[in-house]
Write a protein that binds this ligand. Structure first.
Ligand code: AMP
Length: 188
């Protein structure tokens, strides 16, 4: 099973990805987490990405495409994977289509978790207040930026994957278990 999880920051992609990992025995590939690890390890990629991430902007397509291209070939991806936070631009989506074709891998579905915009800020604020290690980009200013970046750069992917016939939309305003159930239904 190879999936993309699509949705704005705070939609619950990470939470749902964790469920899918267990249910389908696949791995979660979060470019955000990989980049945060690179920042923590002070690798060249991490050093280049840190300030961009702190501002809530997107790191270059080149960097994330190359990370994902290498990552999907690793042995733990043999059973499948969930892309969480990738692709985030049309250019990334086109690069993903090309690289999967190159590797003879097929995508099973793109799952969009749809939520009302109003709830996102309160969800992220809650995450910031509950998390022991607050993310540098979990503050009101960076969140606003991340939402506007999502709208401008990532939302067009909904039309992109509607056209390819791969998009499945679930209602992300339900509680966590119900969202998980809805995802299972659209995948079956
Ligand atoms: P996330 O954990 O998915 O919210 O990602 C955190 C931050 O990492 C984003 O705000 C971006 O700065 C960066 N990032 C993660 N994934 C991507 C991507 N696919 N393209 C560009 N930047 C990304």
């Amino acid at each position: 099973m190879r999936l993309i999880l699509l949705g704005p920051p705070g939609a619950g992609k990470g939470t749902q990805a964790e469920r899918l990992v267990q249910d389908y025995k696949i791995v979660q590939l979060s470019t955000g987490e990989m980049l945060r690890a690179a920042v923590a390890a002070k690798t060249p990629v991490g050093l280049a990405a840190k300030e961009i991430m702190d501002r809530g902007e997107l790191v270059s397509d080149e960097i994330v495409v190359s990370i994902i291209s290498d990552r999907v070939e690793e042995s733990d991806c043999a059973n499948g994977f969930i892309l969480d936070g990738f692709p985030r631009t049309i250019a990334q989506a086109e690069a993903l289509t090309a690289l999967l074709k190159d590797k003879n891998m097929e995508l099973d579905a793109v799952v969009e978790i749809r939520v009302d915009e109003g709830i996102l800020l309160s969800r992220i604020e809650k995450r910031a207040s509950e998390s022991a290690e607050v993310r540098a980009d979990d503050n009101a200013e960076a969140l606003k930026k991340r939402l506007s970046v999502y709208k401008a750069q990532t939302e067009p992917l909904i039309e992109f994957y509607t056209k390819t016939g791969e998009l499945k939309t679930v209602d992300g305003m339900q509680d966590i278990d119900q969202v998980a159930q809805s995802i299972k239904e659209v995948l079956s």
